[in-house]
Design a protein around this ligand. Structure first.
Ligand code: SF4
Length: 191
């Protein structure tokens, strides 16, 4: 197959099932690369744009459509909208070919996404959008699905999901079949 970098995602990490990045059980993809540089970001290892794991977008789509026991997918990072063509393609294909719900994170503000021409397609494909920079001085680990109080959750008109009704601190510990332990979320008590 001809190598086509334009059609490849640069991926940092994939968890086939998580429960804290959106409602229900979710296939969760962390993309690699973010230039937004939020002070206090917990995912600095996902900033560099150098290739980490390159996956053809069609292969990623197939993996998601083949996944079992999930209610939806969540894409975060890193910055999904710094791989905009692939991200929007993936979300539209998932919407077209499955009933999986779609949640995306982005560090961009809605007005920036509008300027870049990405806000409209995001509203069309996503069921939940969490938008905005992480702001360290507004950090609150008791918010559901976001890290700082300025970040906003959007349910577009076409959303198939109910609005969440309460804030909570959620963490998730995943133990692989080889005994590797992955902790997701921010295990911190309020001071
Ligand atoms: S947008 Fe997200 S990944 Fe990028 S620097 Fe900010 S918090 Fe980190």
């Amino acid at each position: 197959m001809k190598f086509q970098p334009a059609d490849y995602f640069n991926i940092s990490h994939i968890e086939p099932v998580t429960h804290i990045y959106g409602p229900g059980s979710r296939y969760t993809v962390w993309v690699q690369g973010c230039t937004l540089g939020c002070k206090g970001c917990w995912n600095e290892e996902m900033w560099p744009n150098r290739p980490r794991t390159l996956i053809h977008r069609f292969e990623l789509l197939q993996q998601i459509l083949r996944a079992s026991n999930i209610d939806g997918i969540t894409i975060l990072g890193g910055e999904p909208m710094q791989q905009p063509e692939n991200t929007l393609w993936l979300l539209s294909e998932i919407r077209k070919h499955s009933s999986l719900s779609i949640m995306t994170y982005t560090g961009y503000e809605p007005h920036e996404l509008k300027q870049m021409g990405y806000w409209k397609p995001l509203l069309e494909y996503a069921d939940i959008i969490v938008a905005g920079r992480y702001q360290e001085d507004k950090r609150n680990t008791y918010l559901r699905w976001r890290g700082s109080e300025n970040q906003e959750i959007f349910y577009p008109k076409r959303s198939r999901l109910d609005r969440h009704s309460h804030e909570t601190n959620e963490i998730e510990i995943i133990i692989s079949e080889h005994g590797n332990i992955t902790t997701l979320g921010y295990p911190e008590l309020k001071k």
